[in-house]
Design a protein. Structure first.
Length: 149
């Protein structure tokens, strides 16, 4: 994402007459010699850092409850907007509940974090029951943000 910044400068006074401009008239006419602007484009970038862990025992049996915790921090240098993390539980788990910042949709696995200021940390915990069979590899990934990460 790029953002343009415009800076305008103007001569506001002079001791002598200026034959081709009127100092301090700020009429927006860039053809006058007393006023001009420069436009600079800057990149708006973020650095999202995601960490996922299992709370409690990582050696589980079918029927046991387990809790996954996802921590997400924006390391900057810009604020992050439109952030979504996807953590779709694989077939080896049955969703029980969740808690934390933002909104988690168990059907899609999408955690809508929204906006994240520089240095801000948000967390989500997902509780699930371990199934007798299935895939037990549970991955989380940042899948959307309005800025370049």
């Amino acid at each position: 994402m790029r953002m343009a910044i415009t800076s305008t400068s103007q001569v506001t006074s002079a001791n002598e007459d200026d034959i081709d401009s009127t100092p301090d008239n700020d009429n927006g006419d860039q053809s006058e010699d007393d006023e001009d602007n420069a436009e600079v484009e800057i990149d708006v970038v973020i650095d999202l850092e995601l960490e996922k862990s299992i709370i409690g025992n990582s050696f589980l049996n079918a029927g046991d409850q387990t809790t996954f915790q996802i921590d997400l921090v924006n390391q900057g240098p810009s604020d992050a907007t439109g952030v979504v993390v996807t953590d779709q539980l694989p077939s080896g788990y049955t969703y029980s509940s969740d808690s934390g910042n933002g909104a988690y949709d168990a059907a899609t696995g999408n955690w809508d974090v929204g906006n994240l200021a520089v240095g801000e940390l948000v967390s989500l915990t997902i509780s699930a029951t371990v199934n007798l069979t299935g895939d037990y590899t549970n991955l989380a990934e940042v899948t959307a943000a309005n800025e370049d990460d």
